[in-house]
Design a protein around this ligand. Sequence first.
Ligand code: MG
Length: 388
Amino acid sequence: MEQQKRLAILGSTGSIGRQTLETVDAYPHLFEVYMITANSSLDLLIEQARKYQPEVVIIANENYYAQLRDALADLPIKVYAGAQAIADAVTLPEIDIVVTAMVGYAGLLPTIRAIEAKKTIALANKETLVVAGDLITQLAVEHRVPIIPVDSEHSAIFQCLVGEGDNPIEKIILTASGGPFRCHTQEQLLKVTRADALRHPNWKMGHKITIDSATLMNKGFEMIEAKWLFGVAPSQIEVVVHPQSIVHSMVEFADGAVKAQLGTPDMKLPIRYALSYPDRLVSTDRKLSLTDYATLTFERPDMVRFPLLQYAFDAVEKGGNMPCIMNAANEIAVAAFLADRIGFCQIAETVAHAMNTVDYVASPLLDDYIATNSEARNCAARYIETLK
Ligand code: MG
């Protein structure tokens, strides 16, 4: 029998985390859950811990530590709390693959530690590469650690590159669904609510990424993620709106050939591939039936109505800590929008303010990123106060 791969799933209670556990359910002979972590979803984390009986369970929010420990007291599970505990535990020698499925900047430190400990990274936390792509990719090369994308677009690009050897990428065509407001006018955008924004047409995802999809910030992040994962310049990445979400992305080569990966909009496939690469596992999930789709369409994104996509290109061109500033301000602005404290268009306004205000650092080290992250969050929070 093949040896089971032991997984550490960071963010096991989120959308990607839950689907990773469902993947383990489908292939129990291949995967074993060694460690799970959550930010603050205590009840679900307890339920998952009792079901999968991992060696290690960690809750990032330390206020829940006692409750978690007491709830699992009858099981031989090591229970910890806090961000530092997560960053330490990913280095445990038994772990083979670290699935980084937590939300936001919180992914940065544990990803760094996991790379240093030579764990294969199944990367679902795109913010890590947005914030510190230079640092992460350098570390991965240095420690010879594979970073396998879980994001559907990047999984598609990764799959298009299998077998291409040294053939250089001419262009990446990154597809975007366009989100729920693709056809909204500027005027309509000013009035959209939290509920409208959370209604994504194709993908079922967590709240943060669903809002990022509605603003196209998510596509901006994915452009930066692609730059780092595949070593291309931003000018080689074309974002194309494809509302059906069937073509998950494409790669153009020097001879003009364009390869695409297609599938139903279901994160299970990229998760499965990241865990099983280079093998493909047999799946009974619903398969793509192209005749169910009368047309597949492609159009240019509108960066005037969706300025955050333009800001992502601006931030990555400026480089340094600018993408980190953008990400931090966006996290604060999205949280404020989800709390009904600001309007939809004020998310971009807040990000622009932080990008224009926070000190620019051209060649940041890890400490600079940590300082920038907190400075930009404060800057965004102060700006939001003035919007009331
Ligand atoms: Mg994606």
